[in-house]
Design a protein around this ligand. Structure first.
Ligand SMILES: [Fe+2]
Length: 238
């Protein structure tokens, strides 16, 4: 199956709307002017290691693969830039099920966890931000009839998310990637893609953007990845 994002140009633009309604428009309670680095440092100190390993969040954050170029992933410092958008591609489906794990009985492939945070451009974590993931299966095929390997979730009160899935397979014309839509409550919808370091096709896929590289590390037979999104929140800088 060819998902020729770069050339077909037939990606639908959903016009900044989401098919998923928010229950609450509230943002993080008790938010403080805390930098991402400070937050993560505090989280790493406060959370026992087994909990981090279980959640797949943050543990690989500072361990970049040796073969990966240092990506200009936005840091939540002064002048922080939002996570860059990418085209939706032809295989997005609205109304995905709400679930943090896309694994189902019989799901084939290398297990992958992706953990991270959603921040506003003012570096504060965004609670109850929507993340809607979709991806190809281990063989490089999208499920366009059902919702296999599709699902949405919301960040928790700390602005954290954790996705459990499998490493997407390759298909013609593209390097390995995950699709995701991210939206802070009341904010504009960000459509983008996440990439894997060390993939040969990163050098030839015209859509590849190093700013969207995840940190990925091997964890036994599985892979653990981290990525932090920075989104506009629609209100004052947060
Ligand atoms: Fe795709």
């Amino acid at each position: 199956m060819t998902d020729d994002h770069a050339r077909t140009g037939d990606a639908g633009d959903i016009g900044g709307t989401s098919d998923i309604s928010y229950i609450s428009s509230g943002e993080a309670n008790g938010r403080r002017a805390v930098s991402r680095k400070t937050l993560l440092k505090a989280a790493l100190v406060a959370v026992p290691l087994p909990a981090l390993l279980g959640s797949g969040v943050a543990i690989a954050r500072d361990h970049r693969p040796s073969d990966a170029p240092l990506p200009p992933t936005p840091f939540c410092d002064d002048g922080d830039d939002p996570t860059p958008p990418q085209i939706e591609g032809p295989y997005f489906k609205p109304a995905s099920p709400e679930r943090a794990s896309l694994l189902e009985p019989g799901t084939q492939g290398t297990r992958l966890t992706v953990g991270g945070y959603v921040f506003g451009t003012g570096c504060r974590p965004v609670a109850h931000a929507l993340l809607d993931f979709w991806q190809a299966d281990d063989a490089g095929a999208y499920d366009n009839l059902g919702f296999r390997l599709r699902g949405h979730q919301y960040t928790d009160a700390r602005g954290a998310f954790s996705l459990t899935t499998v490493v997407p397979g390759l298909y013609p014309g593209r390097t390995r990637h995950l699709h995701v839509k991210v939206q802070a409550p009341g904010g504009p919808l960000l459509t983008t893609q996440l990439y894997f370091p060390g993939e040969p096709r990163n050098n030839t896929d015209p859509l590849f953007n190093a700013a969207l590289l995840m940190n990925v590390r091997q964890a036994g037979p599985a892979k653990q990845a981290t990525f932090d999104f920075v989104v506009n929140t629609g209100g004052p800088r947060t």
